[in-house]
Write a protein that binds this ligand. Structure first.
Ligand code: AMP
Length: 225
């Protein structure tokens, strides 16, 4: 799949609502990679009441970034698991230049490097509505939206049939506005970082999900050829 035997490391960049989670799940299917979402890992830590979760909870609910040491600790634990050996799609990490440097160091020590960083380009104005209406299946994680993607049979997950759904506590308009601010202040500069490293790909992410999936598949096929 990749030029060397090294596992692929794909980074998805984009503000909240850009579709990182949705597309990461599709890339898992298309390329056999494993989605690593630091947001999901932190939410699991909060739910489990771990030390990391206790430090993260209030910051996440306010739409602020969680300290690097907390994020790096949960990510390192996850990356040590055997299922990530084929490669990963990083969704929501790195989010600061310090995290990008930490990732570069972590990969370099294993003889690896970032294969591709994909910037999902969207209009901020549309993101609040996108995020505020979204919900997921509590059982399998399939994503839905009040306006754009409702289950085929109301109240029942298309993918697994579960009737339990959940909404994130930080998916409300005020918190999304904070998260967008954090994105532009802390994360958007990473686009230039990966451009300099020659691994950046920009993809217009305002259109239909299937079209974006096809474009991402093309970009990744080339990057990993
Ligand atoms: P996400 O699921 O990616 O939208 O992340 C939800 C929240 O988790 C963010 O608003 C942050 O509070 C926290 N978070 C997730 N990833 C990171 C990260 N790489 N660095 C700092 N905070 C993070």
């Amino acid at each position: 799949m990749s030029r060397t035997a090294a596992p692929a490391v794909v980074i998805l960049l984009g503000p909240p609502g850009a579709g990182k989670g949705t597309q990461a799940r599709m890339l898992e299917e298309d390329f056999g990679l494993v989605q690593l979402s630091t947001g999901d890992l932190l939410r699991a830590a909060v739910a489990a009441g771990t030390e990391a979760g206790k430090r993260a909870k209030a910051l996440m609910n306010a739409g602020h970034l969680v300290p690097d040491d907390v994020v790096l600790a949960v990510l390192r634990d996850r990356m040590a698991a055997p299922d990530v050996s084929r490669g990963v799609i990083l969704d929501g990490f790195p989010r600061t230049t310090r995290q990008a440097a930490a990732l570069d160091g972590l990969l370099a020590s294993a003889g690896q490097a970032v294969s591709a960083a994909i910037s999902l380009e969207v209009d901020d104005a549309a993101m609040v509505a996108r995020v505020a209406g979204r919900f997921t299946c509590a059982s399998c994680g399939e994503g839905y939206h009040d306006s754009f993607k409702t289950p085929a049979h109301a109240g029942q997950c298309d993918a697994c049939g579960s009737t339990e759904f959940k909404r994130r506590p930080d998916d409300n308009p005020e918190t999304v506005a904070e998260r967008l601010k954090e994105y532009h202040a802390e994360t958007a500069p990473l686009i230039a970082h990966y451009e300099t490293e020659g691994v950046l790909h920009r993809v217009d992410a305002m259109g239909p999900i299937a079209g974006i999936r096809a474009e991402l598949a093309e970009v990744l096929s080339r990057a990993m050829a």
